[in-house]
Design a protein around this ligand. Structure first.
Ligand code: AMP
Length: 562
């Protein structure tokens, strides 16, 4: 590992970062800083928040800054106001000992007047959200003709938010001889398109694997009927009394609806979405950061700027349309050396989406079993006891009350008192959940069903064009593999359908099994084996789910007739 000195930083920056407590460069900094200092180089970096990317692009921009010129030299684009302010603040910290360095954040949702007067004083580095910057450019208040470096931070989010055209217009206004640095947590096709259109031989730097989700995050999927999603959400929240997290919804209306319902049901939550004013959003965020709110119900866009490291849970109340967005959501937990849980609440029709997400994040979802009333009860009572243990008593505050309390309860001993407290809490919780026993029974079945869906970790799923119609059974599939492939092959799940079969083999054997079985013929028919495509897996899952639904409805009919 190199030191900051060895990366070629000038003394006044070294001094500033030393004061911030940065001892050694983080991997993204080690890779990006010397490359950017080395010339007008373009970079595409896959790095998530928390990897130290702000310093990775910010420090080279500051080192290249000419403090004696007043024109704008570098531009940083990012998706939200919060990120804008955070980047500008970080850069100001690094520039503490650079005299005359002027850095300004311009973003929507705040007075444009103040931003204009700050701009008119001359700003060398602008940190901006694309919409507001374009507005200022159109008013002739920003001149980008001397810009030598453009950073696009959280580029994937900017595209998700529909800033693509604004970015095009902004990039058209900067000189052709400029370097572009693109930072993104994921690499959707559109990002590759931008890099092809605007960048020259960009160096691709990957910090962590492409689209890899954080190792410290467990992914759990609860499959329920659509009408029972809200009930399930409540049970999950009840099961984790110390939960501190974000519930993601897809639309503003849904976000507000779920938040309103939870508040009405007595939960400590609030909503964060684009229909709120900036002042309202700031207020909600402030309360969330202080842990005065346990759960935020948010849209992806509104949650962008949230920079909180200790979230215990992410709940996907509705799945996002893009797999990458799931990755983004779940990456908000399990940070700073902690573990986190990312939960998806889905209905049967969405099981294929879970598979696609599993492939995208390279991890398998655990099958969530909806907590029963008893399980929730025991967790809540334990939590109550824990709170009692940790409560700090301030004698003066309650001095006036205590004598009458002692008097009233003097005939009850400690053991009896505890029994009564526990019973009161138990009755309160269990009476609510007893009303929902049918829900528990129905969902246990759905959960069992879902067990059959995921691809096992370490295995690859293969497709073979032989099925029940050809008399294939798990046993004779295994003999077929044993006969054709030398050495041991570990075989996992086998799902046999009418005309084809999906089966898991250990990743290292997938190639040989595909090749060897693919040479066979059966009754003149050529046997086809290939790594199962998304479409084949989805078709299989759908067939299984349809069969399951049919079976359930036959059972219901029989019960109805009785
Ligand atoms: P970022 O990915 O830019 O949001 O940075 C994540 C956090 O790491 C921020 O709080 C930075 O202040 C901090 N940080 C960045 N670089 C270093 C470093 N070299 N050593 C220690 N902390 C750092």
């Amino acid at each position: 590992m190199k030191s900051f000195e060895e990366l070629g930083l000038q003394d006044n920056i070294l001094q500033a970062i030393k004061e911030l407590g940065y001892e050694n460069p983080m991997p993204v900094q080690e890779a990006v800083i010397p490359y950017l200092l080395g010339g007008d180089n373009d970079v595409v970096a896959l790095a998530q928040t928390g990897t130290g990317k702000t310093a990775a692009f910010g420090i080279p921009l500051l080192q290249k800054l000419d403090p004696y010129e007043e024109y704008t030299q570098s531009l940083i684009l990012c998706p939200t106001r919060e990120l804008c302010l955070q980047i500008a603040d970080d850069l100001k910290d690094y520039a503490k000992y650079i005299p005359n360095a002027r850095i300004l954040a311009v973003y929507g949702g705040a007075s444009i007047k103040n931003q204009i007067s700050a701009l008119q004083k001359g700003v060398q580095i602008i940190v901006a959200t694309p919409g507001r910057l374009l507005d200022l450019m159109r008013r002739g208040l920003v001149d980008l003709s001397h810009v030598h470096s453009v950073v696009m931070d959280e580029a994937d989010e900017m595209l998700n938010m529909g800033f693509s055209e604004d970015i095009d217009a902004i990039l058209d206004a900067v000189p052709e001889q400029r370097s572009i640095l693109l930072f993104s947590a994921t690499m959707p096709d559109e990002i590759e398109k931008i890099s092809l259109k605007y960048m020259q031989n960009p160096r691709e730097i990957i910090i962590g694997k492409k689209n890899e989700s954080t190792a410290s995050v467990r992914h759990i999927c609860y499959t329920v009927q659509a009408k029972e999603k809200y009930q399930t959400l409540k049970r999950i929240v009840d099961f984790y009394p110390r939960i501190y997290g974000i519930i993601f919804c897809r639309t503003k209306a849904e976000t507000q609806e779920i938040s309103d319902k939870l508040i009405k049901d007595g939960y400590n939550v609030d909503a964060l979405h684009g229909d709120l004013s900036q002042v309202q959003r700031d207020y909600v965020m402030q309360r969330f950061r202080l842990h005065n709110i346990q759960l935020l119900v948010a849209t992806d866009v509104a949650a962008r700027g949230i920079d909180v490291d200790d979230l215990t849970h992410i709940i996907n109340y509705t799945l996002p349309d893009e797999n990458e967005v799931y990755n983004h959501r779940s990456g908000r937990t399990g940070r700073a050396g902690k573990t986190g849980i990312s939960i998806a609440i889905i209905n049967m029709r969405e099981t294929h989406r879970i598979r696609a997400i599993e492939r995208s994040i390279g991890k398998t979802f655990e099958v969530g079993k909806i907590p029963t009333g008893k399980e929730i009860c025991s967790k809540q009572i334990f939590n109550l006891m824990d709170r009692i243990e940790k409560t700090e008593v301030v004698e003066e505050d309650i001095a006036d009350l205590l004598p009458s309390v002692y008097k009233k309860l003097e005939w009850i001993d400690k053991e009896e008192l505890l029994k009564r407290i526990v019973t009161m809490e138990f009755n309160r919780i269990i009476s609510y959940y007893q009303e929902n026993e049918d829900f528990e029974a129905a969902n246990e079945k759905l959960a069992q069903k879902y067990v059959e869906v995921p691809v096992q970790p370490g295995f690859s799923k293969l497709f073979i064009n032989l099925g029940k119609m050809d008399g294939l059974s798990p046993k004779n599939l295994l003999s077929l593999i044993n006969d054709c492939v030398k050495g041991e092959v570990e075989v996992g799940r086998i799902d046999i359908f009418t005309r084809y079969t999906l089966f898991d083999v250990a990743c290292e054997s997938a190639k040989v099994v595909t090749e060897e079985l693919g040479t066979l013929k059966m009754r003149g028919r050529k046997i086809r084996v290939n790594p199962a495509t998304e479409e084949q897996i989805t078709r299989g899952a759908k067939a299984k789910n349809d069969a399951f639904k049919k079976k359930e409805s036959r059972k219901k009919d029989r019960r109805g007739r009785k």
